[in-house]
Write a protein that binds this ligand. Structure first.
Ligand SMILES: [Zn+2]
Length: 453
């Protein structure tokens, strides 16, 4: 690697698709042999599907391997606490413990990592940071709490590996973080999309215009909003910086995709370290380029826990790497993670995706924060409303709310949305994984078909 290359791993990131596929098949064979030998749980699953490690000679053969779901992972954890029957190494060999963020109210997934895992975790983030233009001279601030949630931990090590100056921002108030970014002249800030906007709001209250500050790049992770164009545009305007998306998951410990500095409207999949399939979430059948579906991940890098055909519930749409002019052959998830399969709300027979609502709300720059509220009216009817904060007193709220309501209805087959202004700073604020949907319906999602008699 030379510092001039735009790629972290020039050979792999630009290799021909045939060569890449051959590499994936070889790594898949190694993964299956190792899981078969080290993890009786996986060995049983493979054997029951009639799969032996040497019986898969193409990517198509992958389809013979059963999917693994989060529910199965959790059942394993409950049956064999605390980690489940999935560890491929003795617990003594671990150097780190972490958890899913647990914002969904479900029990968290607990994982262990080895030293080698952490080298790999950092390496994956290096693809992303380097690809978005981060270089050794950069000073990188992490607006991150450094807790048991894996979050930006790997990115922290990636920046050390690249040779950046790392500025850890744990245990700080938002105001302290804004001050630190300016004092230390951070050139890169890592944050969730929601919290990037939160810091910009706080800076405004402090009388600071971040757009005139030192930050050149904001690297986003943790929420699908990093690839919603209107949200990203807002972050870029408020920070006067380029905003790039990444996405990962606790089950992997790191990212599996990143936006390159050409910003093709999506994120490249790190395909020399993962196989990413897209399936119809109902039938489990593969879908092609350009069709939405659920991503299924197989990871070659995780040393403590083999991840084989894991159903993520993330909604994606894959397009060829050639859609981007950067020269990478790695395929792209257009629009990043488009939400979760389970996110969809059925309201009076119409599908509502929170991401689609956010994409519309973010077009209204006067709105600082919002919440989607679902409730049951008159004991029978589903209603949906969007609560908004409009802190700028010079903005007339009523026409804005009416216009937003109309735009939302137009995008949802005429479904009526209430839009209400609420007092400033009354809606919840988030540092991690914003949860802007409050579903208080008495029978969730079930009333669409049962209109008033
Ligand atoms: Zn690219």
């Amino acid at each position: 690697m030379t510092t001039q290359s735009p790629y972290w791993n020039p050979r792999h990131e630009t290799m021909g698709r045939d060569e890449l596929e051959a590499l994936q098949v070889r790594k898949l064979g190694n993964l299956l042999s190792w899981a078969d030998a080290q993890v009786p749980y996986h060995s049983r699953r493979l054997r029951s599907a009639g799969v032996t490690p040497d019986s898969i000679s193409s990517l198509d053969g992958l389809k013979r391997i059963p999917f693994m779901t989060r529910d199965e992972w959790m059942q394993g954890q409950m049956g064999h606490p605390p980690y489940g029957p999935i560890l491929a190494a003795p617990q003594d060999a671990a150097i780190r413990y972490h958890l899913t963020s647990g914002t969904t109210g479900k029990a968290p997934i607990r994982v262990l990592d080895s030293m080698k895992d952490w080298e790999w975790i950092a390496e994956m983030w290096c693809y992303g940071f380097w690809g978005f233009g981060v270089r050794p001279a950069d000073r990188v601030f992490f607006a991150f709490s450094y807790g048991t949630f894996v979050g930006f931990w790997g990115a922290h090590y990636a920046c050390e590996k690249i040779g950046c100056l790392v500025l850890p921002g744990g245990n700080m108030t938002t105001e302290q973080r804004v001050n630190q970014i300016l004092d230390m002249k951070a050139t890169v800030v890592c944050s969730t999309p929601t919290y990037a906007l939160r810091m910009a709001q706080e800076a405004r209250l402090m009388g600071i215009d971040l757009a005139g500050g030192p930050v050149e790049r904001v690297i986003l992770s943790g929420e699908p909003a990093g690839s919603i164009p209107a949200t990203k545009k807002l972050i870029e305007e408020q920070w006067g910086a380029k905003a790039g998306d990444t996405a990962g998951m606790t089950e992997l410990g790191t990212i599996m995709m990143f936006e390159c500095d050409h910003q093709p409207g999506g994120a490249h999949i790190i395909e020399d370290h993962y196989i990413e399939e897209v399936i119809d979430p109902d039938s489990g059948e593969a879908v092609g380029y350009g069709e939405p579906g659920e991503r299924v991940v197989t990871s070659f890098g995780r040393g403590f826990i083999p991840v084989i055909r894991y159903r993520t519930r993330d909604l994606v749409l894959k397009v060829p790497g050639s859609n981007c002019a950067c020269g990478r052959t790695f395929d792209i998830y257009d629009g990043g993670i488009r939400g979760r399969v389970d996110d969809m709300k059925l309201v009076r027979g119409t599908n509502v995706y929170p991401r689609a609502v956010e994409a519309i709300v973010r077009e209204y720059e006067a709105i600082d924060e919002f919440q989607i509220h679902l409730y049951t009216a008159d004991g029978i009817r589903d209603e949906i409303e969007v609560l908004v904060e409009i802190p700028d007193a010079s903005v007339e709220a009523e026409p804005l709310c009416n216009d937003l309501a109309k735009t939302l209805a137009d995008a949802h087959e005429g479904l009526r949305f209430g839009v209400k202004k609420v007092a400033d700073e009354t809606l919840p604020r988030f540092e991690l994984k914003a949860k802007r949907v409050l579903d208080e319906r008495e029978v969730v999602g079930g009333r669409g078909e049962r209109k008033q008699a």
